[in-house]
Design a protein around this ligand. Structure first.
Ligand code: MSP
Length: 510
């Protein structure tokens, strides 16, 4: 079985989970579910990033010790993943013992290979980004204060530090990007990384002495490891590193790291350099997505517009939210979340286009075919055309999802949904009942088979609703994968009583 390892970033536990976190996780979940449906053995990892100054500060502000603080917030992130239907195979916390062991092993390999040396760090540090910035990257405000390019405040830091010899990796990284043109996508992000690396690389400070909340450096416990070295290592910890006999080690190198656009540099520059320096294969691909605003504004605590995705699930249901997030905005671009846009898609595309199609087809079968799956019968060109479209969906989506073009994948499915609606209107099986009941049965069977194709490929996007639709279509549980679509289902099977899958959303008055 082909193996597929994919990851979300691990989330900082300095604040509560919000829609931006849910987005990364849901997108990754769709791919994980798709790969499973397509017959791969998947390892899908998510988790929490629990060390560093930022988390230490948040715990201090909450007045609890960092371990108890991270226990609470990590539990909330785990609950959020479950509430979003995320089908992760493992959940890693960087405060776990397995992770400390992996970080120490990686550090020791780097040190043994001469990739780490002790020096002295002096420079600008942004706690909010847990990142160092060069003077030339900073934005100077009229009052003389400096900000990171992300807008985060920076402070001048001077302390002894271990360094990773990143400067030695410029040419090797550029060669690696050249040989692996798909390593970073989309193209805009790849170009940013290329120009950053072409601009020259400084050695990277990889330890801190000014706070304690981190993994101690082997043989020099006055230092804790830089949080990004610690965080990135999670991807190999979960695969069993340093135990290369571990059951999951064959999953490494990861097939795909999904990340937000602001953390591409860490994943596409520092991470492959550190791995190669330690003699470990770099991941195969990094794909970066954009950022969501809310009703046109940046999400922020001070604006009070941070959305808890669980509140949206309570109001609209999980699958409409998952559908909306992936349909509304091309993955890679920034997008805006608005209730209105969500309601429009829910009512138009889910309730109307797809929900009604299924409901009309299934209730006609219940009423006019004794609720039994009709025979295939003799098919005419219009029947073949619709079935060809639904039959092609698996291949079409495989190609779109390989490019993480979720919105295109959904648009392709909806082309077939619209074709099926045009077909049912044109064939008018309700009228055929009196004039040609044999033809009516053929038409209803065509619709049933087209819906089966549609519901099968939509499972990764809307797992619960599509499971219900496949139940109503009488598709046995073991026959819901892509390969099973090649076989027709037997006529005569008794279908359950249909019931609506996507209720229309009606805004409460007042
Ligand atoms: N801990 C690091 C990642 C370490 S990975 C080895 C981190 N954590 S984070 O919690 O700040 O962000 C995690 C993910 O959430 C990022 O991919 C980020 O892009 C995503 N989002 C956070 N806010 C977002 C939006 N408003 N919109 C879309 N995604 C955003 O970075």
């Amino acid at each position: 079985m082909k193996k597929f390892y994919l990851t979300t970033p691990i989330y900082y536990v300095n604040g509560a989970p919000h829609i931006g976190h849910a987005y990364t996780s849901i997108a990754a979940d769709v791919l994980a579910r798709w790969q499973r449906l397509d017959g791969c053995e998947v390892f899908f990892l998510t988790g929490t990033d629990e060390h560093g100054q930022k988390v230490e500060k948040a715990a201090a502000e909450a007045g609890i010790d960092p371990q108890r603080f991270t226990d609470q917030v990590a539990a909330d992130f785990r609950a959020m993943a479950a509430a979003m239907g995320v089908s992760n195979d493992d959940f890693i916390r960087t405060t776990e013992e397995r992770h400390r062991r992996a970080c120490v092993a990686l550090w020791e390999r780097l040190a043994a290979n001469g990739a780490i040396y002790l020096g002295h760090y002096e420079g600008w540090y942004a706690v909010r980004d847990e990142a160092f910035y060069g003077e030339d990257e900073l934005v100077k405000k009229p009052d003389g204060t400096r900000l990171a390019p992300t807008g985060a405040p920076v402070e001048w830091v001077r302390e002894p530090s271990y360094f990773f010899r990143l400067s030695a990796w410029q040419e090797k990284l550029l060669a690696f990007y050249e040989q692996n043109p798909d390593f970073i996508a989309p193209a805009a992000r790849r170009n940013e990384v290329l120009s950053f690396v072409r601009g020259g690389l400084d050695d990277l400070s990889v330890s801190r002495t000014s706070f304690r909340w981190g993994i101690p450096v082997p043989n020099d416990p006055a230092h804790v490891m830089y949080v990004w070295l610690d965080a990135l290592t999670n991807y190999i910890t979960a695969a069993g590193f340093p135990d290369e006999a571990a059951a999951r080690w064959p999953f490494w190198p990861a097939d795909l790291h999904i990340v937000g656009k602001e953390i591409v540099r860490f994943h596409a520059v520092y991470w492959p350099a550190m791995l190669m320096a330690a003699g470990i294969a770099p991941p195969k691909r990094i794909y970066s997505h954009g950022w969501w605003t809310v009703e046109g504004e940046k999400m922020s605590k001070s604006l009070g517009n941070v959305i808890d995705p669980r509140a949206l699930v309570a109001e609209f249901g999980l699958d409409p939210l998952r559908y909306f997030l992936l349909r509304e905005v091309p993955f890679g671009n920034d997008g805006d979340f608005s209730r209105r846009a969500l309601i429009t898609r829910l009512n138009g595309e889910l309730a109307n286009d797809l929900g009604n199609l299924a409901q009309r087809t299934l209730s006609l079968i219940a009423r006019n075919c004794d609720g039994l799956r009709p025979e295939i019968g003799v098919r005419i060109a219009a029947d073949q055309a619709l079935l060809a479209a639904s039959g092609a969906l698996a291949d079409v989506l495989r190609e779109r999802l390989q490019r993480l073009a979720f919105h295109e994948a959904l648009e392709e499915v909806w082309k077939t949904v619209r074709a099926a609606n045009a077909y049912i209107d044109h064939q008018a099986p309700w009228a055929l009942r009196k004039t040609d009941s044999a033809r009516m049965a053929v038409v209803l069977r065509v619709l049933l088979d087209a819906l089966r194709g549609i519901a099968t490929v939509l499972q990764p996007f809307m797992p619960d609703s599509m499971a219900r639709m496949l139940d109503q279509l009488g598709v046995p549980e073991g026959e819901r994968n892509l390969a099973a679509l090649a076989e027709d289902l037997p006529a005569g099977a008794s279908l359950p009583v249909p019931s609506g899958i996507f209720p229309r959303f009606v805004e409460a008055a007042g």
